[in-house]
Design a protein around this ligand. Sequence first.
Ligand code: ZN
Length: 62
Amino acid sequence: MVEKACRVCRYITSEGGKCAACGSEELTEKWSGYAYIEDVANSEIGKSVGAKVPGKYALNIK
Ligand SMILES: [Zn+2]
């Protein structure tokens, strides 16, 4: 299944048509690079993308 990134929070999801993190339906297949963020509260990348739940986050969204 194609992984899609949320345009709102950058969370990458591979199931359904909704972002599992924020519930947005603004998903795109046009993204590149990702970071896996486990400790969202203490991760610099997590802070910069505004991550709220652990998971994969796209670094670039076109
Ligand atoms: Zn989202």
